[in-house]
Design a protein around this ligand. Sequence first.
Ligand SMILES: *Cc1c(COP(=O)(O)O)cnc(C)c1O
Length: 281
Amino acid sequence: MNRVADVIRDDIKVMTAYQVADLPEGFIKLDAMECPHHPFAGYESLLSEWADLAKQAPIHLYPHTAKSGIYEELRDVFGIPDKAEIALGNGSDELIQFLTMLVAKPNARVLGIEPSFVMYRHNAALYGMEYVSVPLNPDFTLNLPAVLSAIEQHQPSLIFIAYPNNPTGVCFKREEVEAVIRAATGIVVVDEAYGAFHHDSFLTWAGEVENLVVMRTISKIGFAGLRMGYAAASPSIMGELAKILPPYNMNQLSLAVAKFSLKHHQIIQQNIDTLKTSVRA
Ligand SMILES: *Cc1c(COP(=O)(O)O)cnc(C)c1O
């Protein structure tokens, strides 16, 4: 008898593992939205300061995220309001996982739109939750009446809205997202992974609106390899999330390098501006 196959969950046995695409020679990889170059390429002194930081990072000690100074740096650079508490994830993918775990009561539902970021549905499935998806309009705009009626009908515990949306690149109207937040019966995660490429953000609402989580990442602005996502929300959510996040999910190297990078955010902003103009050209 094959005991391994017997003990593993049937729903996982029929899944396929996430495939990181191999890049054939001469191709340009676009699907993961990585910055095409090192964010400090061409800045020799920054690169050597960065190497020194890595040398000095206390890798023999467990990381202490709260004491590392990273929260202060994030508040400063991105204007996270004082009222909001911050949580860090090993990529925002990890925050999606733990936010889903937080509400995974029997019969609880997650609502997302379709198409959107694949991890919302995947995590709902992993935690045994029903995923209610509401299709976008044919022009990729939000079908607000359909979303509102799905909220009323299914009373989701968690709603994910990518603002701007991935993979369509379209950003929904702010008033529509506000209407979703107001109508929600549970937590709404506004996922601003691409926030740097848009002129609007819900970050100023973080901490103000009890059921809102604003989630962001430094991946799409040049640091996908550091694996650092952050979420800002009210103490009612963050106090509970803190109980289930692994205490050492961030690592000393990422923390040190991320802090240093945020200090040089003007260069990051220049890179974003360059990316935006090269795409437009
Ligand atoms: C890339 C992406 C993420 C995951 O980002 P990481 O911080 O690298 O895990 C989450 N949400 C959306 C919409 C994304 O595009």
